[in-house]
Write a protein that binds this ligand. Structure first.
Ligand code: PLP
Length: 382
């Protein structure tokens, strides 16, 4: 068996969810909303199943979805994308990431990763034969520094895997960070795989800037989006990949033999959703922002040290002021003794783990958040 995969432990997400099921805990670990998602988009999917096309769609995705994506990203992010040569539909962002790594890495190439990182990244990089080089980000700002990038980049750097907005920190990299990253990519002739699945889930009036929109990165960026996050339908697994034609031609070869296509009915519904008026997107953000504010205020009232959350479904708490120095142990006790499941942020690091931050998902109904706060009162700082 392959040693990289067989040596992987069960993820902490599964461990915490299992403990939550066993103990009947409020599960603020896994990142999915309680809300069933926009009814019109779900109706479109249902109609497409009943009345639409249910055989293999085109390998690159339904033309109507690629056209809708081009219009959508022109409108929201100022991107000029050719739907025929620069957009591909995948089965979730996860397939897009796996395919991009397979397509762009030759064994022995170095891949720059920013930790804390989404759990799929490292095993996929290793399985593709990439040599990971880490940039370690630390709280409270989780920002980039020139020194850290200089340590990670080398003449062997081929790919940079960059997530913005960043899960689990709920931070957004600003223009200065993107300038620095672009400068290193250009100097090292590296391609940036940009996981932008949280691009629409941003708060406080923020507008997402895609790395693909920078003229200096236009020919060396793979932008990855996820309808699951755009429409709060995380189970749908419809991803969008955008890149210049020369890169896209190779990405499509990986997709061709990984999944080949993605359910056409869901694609039709996503095409419809991407054309929804601005008010839908603004309303979605406002709803999540309200949940964030409710949960953050409740935590602060209890005396917890809440870190800023600029986007995503997550809010982080610094547990050092509680006298805690082991986030995994803290989360185990929190779920078994207090009945609230959360995720220790150290699980998102490969080396140099930060062990004093715990991630909560606030994309839940008020009653769920309030029940969690009631239970968390037992852990309030004394
Ligand atoms: C940073 C990041 N990338 C990718 C994904 C997976 O996206 P999908 O469900 O479209 O595969 C997630 C899901 O939480 C995520 O947070």
């Amino acid at each position: 068996m392959n040693p990289i995969l067989s040596a992987l432990p069960t993820t902490v997400f599964e461990v915490m969810s299992q403990l939550a099921r066993e103990t009947g805990a409020v599960n603020l670990g896994q990142g999915f909303p309680d809300d069933p998602g926009p009814l019109d988009v779900r109706r479109k999917a249902a109609e497409a199943v009943v009345d639409g096309w249910n055989q293999y769609p085109p390998m690159m995705g339904l033309p109507e979805l690629r056209e809708a994506a081009a219009k959508h990203y022109k409108h929201w992010q100022g991107l000029d994308l050719d739907p025929n040569s620069e957009i591909m539909v995948t089965s979730g962002a996860t397939e897009a990431i796996a395919g991009a790594l397979m397509a762009l890495i030759t064994p022995g190439d170095e891949v720059v990763l920013f930790e804390p990182m989404y759990d799929a990244y490292l095993p996929l990089v290793r399985r593709a034969g990439g040599i990971p080089k880490f940039v370690t980000l630390t709280p409270p700002h989780f920002g980039l520094t020139e020194e850290a990038l200089a340590r990670a980049f080398s003449p062997k750097t081929k790919v940079v895997l960059f997530n913005n907005p960043l899960n689990p920190t709920a931070t957004i990299f600003g223009k200065a960070d993107l300038d620095l990253l672009a400068d290193f990519c250009v100097r090292h002739d590296a391609i940036a795989i940009c996981d932008e699945v949280w691009e629409h889930v941003v708060f406080d009036g923020h507008r997402h800037a895609s790395v693909l929109g920078r003229p200096d990165m236009r020919e060396r960026t793979v932008k990855i989006s996820s309808a699951g996050k755009i429409f709060s339908l995380t189970g749908w697994k419809v991803g969008l990949v955008m890149a210049a034609p020369a890169i896209m031609r190779v990405l499509s070869k990986a997709h061709q033999f990984l999944t080949f296509t993605t359910p056409p009915n869901l694609q039709a519904a996503v095409a419809f959703g991407l054309g929804k008026e601005d008010g839908y997107y603004e309303g979605m953000r406002a709803d999540f922002q309200r949940s964030r504010d409710r949960f953050a205020a409740g935590l602060r009232d209890l005396g917890f040290a809440v870190l800023p959350s600029a986007g995503t479904y997550f809010l982080n708490v610094d547990i050092a002021p509680l006298g805690e120095s082991d986030d995994v142990d803290f989360c185990r006790r929190l779920v078994t003794e207090n009945g609230v499941a959360a995720i220790p942020v150290s699980a998102f690091y490969a080396e140099g783990a930060v062990k004093n931050v715990v991630r909560f998902c606030f994309a839940k109904r008020d009653a769920t958040l309030d029940a969690a706060l009631e239970r968390l009162a037992a852990r309030r700082p004394r």
